[in-house]
Design a binder for this molecule. Structure first.
Ligand SMILES: CC(C)(COP(=O)(O)OP(=O)(O)OC[C@H]1O[C@@H](n2cnc3c(N)ncnc32)[C@H](O)[C@@H]1OP(=O)(O)O)[C@@H](O)C(=O)NCCC(=O)NCCS
Length: 205
């Protein structure tokens, strides 16, 4: 099956789903398996509340960023999107999968539920990822890897030649995840400041 990241457009702005199966993706091996547990597509109107709830459950929202506006802006952009991953069948939550009732959030994930997201955008050269999130019930099962692979495929299809993302210094624990996916420190300091819009008092934080 095709679908390697380098193969280009596996996911279109028309919203064609990309299969992504936990434990079956790798950055060099690409997406495999028609029987994906999680399938990725552009966010739809009906997903908005679920996606924002996912971001909140994953502690990705901040008081100074309106998540609804972030989501809407990404959908409006010609070179940006929000991908959502939906369970294609009922899936056991992480705790039950591990057989460890104390191992994390439990509960069956129902087919069709939004369980993952990534915001992706291209600045002309590089692609950027934001709001990479996996439902806590499925964290640690390969869904995060599948999400990043799907987002990278989207960025590559848009012509991006490299991918970048920012990790908050308060979220240092997540760096191990990205390192497993081949991401390395770019030895840059991110600088920023708000622009002049009336509602930008806290922007840039
Ligand atoms: C970060 C996140 C997306 C990872 O998703 P996930 O489904 O738990 O990750 P996966 O199960 O796909 O893990 C992929 C690999 O990374 C490893 N990994 C995952 N989290 C890790 C961590 N914190 N430290 C080190 N390695 C980690 C896994 O062991 C796995 O390794 P393997 O493929 O060699 O077996 C998820 O934990 C999450 O949503 N966190 C909260 C939101 C967040 O912080 N997002 C990132 C914002 S920058």
């Amino acid at each position: 099956m095709t679908g390697r990241v380098a193969d280009g457009p596996r996911l279109t702005r028309a919203g064609a789903a990309v299969p992504g199966r936990a434990r079956e993706e790798s950055l060099d091996g690409g997406l495999r398996g028609q029987d994906a547990d999680v399938a990725f597509a552009d966010v739809a109107d009906d997903d908005v509340e679920d996606v924002v709830a996912l971001w909140r459950a994953c502690d990705l929202t901040r008081p100074w960023n309106d998540p609804y506006r972030d989501l809407a802006d990404a959908r409006l952009g010609e070179t940006s999107t929000v991908l959502v991953g939906r369970a294609t069948r009922d899936l056991p939550g992480r705790a039950s999968a591990d057989g460890d009732p104390g191992g994390g959030p439990s509960g069956v994930v129902r087919a069709g539920e939004v369980v993952a997201s990534a915001m992706a955008g291209v600045d002309g050269h590089r692609g950027w990822l934001y709001y990479v999130a996996v439902d806590p019930r499925l964290q640690g099962t390969g869904t995060g890897r599948a999400t990043v692979v799907a987002a990278e495929a989207w960025l590559a299809a848009q012509g991006a030649r490299a991918v970048r993302l920012m990790v908050r210094s308060t979220n240092d624990a997540v760096r191990g995840f990205y390192e497993r996916l081949g991401y390395v420190d770019q030895e840059c300091v991110v600088l920023g400041r708000p622009l002049g819009a009336a509602d930008a008092r806290d922007a840039g934080r």
